[in-house]
Write a new protein. Sequence first.
Length: 225
Amino acid sequence: MISTSDIKTGGSTGLPKTLEPGNQQCKINGVALEEFKLKAGGYNLILHMEGPDLGAEFEGFWINKDNESLGRHKGAVGKVRASEWAFVDGTTKGGVAVSRDSDILKFLKGLCTELGIVKWLTVDQDGKHPTIESLINAFNTEQPFKDKYINYCLGAREWKDKNGYIRYDLYIPKFVKNSVPFESLTPVKSSRLLKYNESDHLKKLKVTDVQQFGEEASSSSDFTL
């Protein structure tokens, strides 16, 4: 006979365990610089992000699969690049010089401002770091961003894994006129958060594509390498 008195309702609810493109509320769990292999000295700035708590029935990924005592993430997680294109020293097609470190610092200042921690960057770290690597390491170690949620617009490139499933290489879109790609939960004025739309913010995988997107996302459309 089928028992209906002790049906177990715990476990996964079928909600995705990984972040997807769209307008998302997230916190940052960590940051890192990843080498951009298409140009020496270039970096992708990676934000390890997590969405809101999805409740007791949600079974997220282990925080550390080698140490399950740390428990599971309470929300969907994902690696998000700070920019669609890597941070490099170079020149745009229009002849404008760009600086890897200056562009990373500009991004950090905007992010820290919306997180309400700009003093950590502009005052506490002023003159303390000989390299951008040292600054990012301090940001990740001290974690002034810990458990601070703000709103983001997450763009993505689609890629196909070895099992044939479509995955997302997430990134934060560039600023556009009168709109920002991330914003405090309580903006000073009316919200200027960039509204996600698929045509602008999702690079869909073409049927003929064989290249897997990811850390090798090229900046060749913007820079003379």
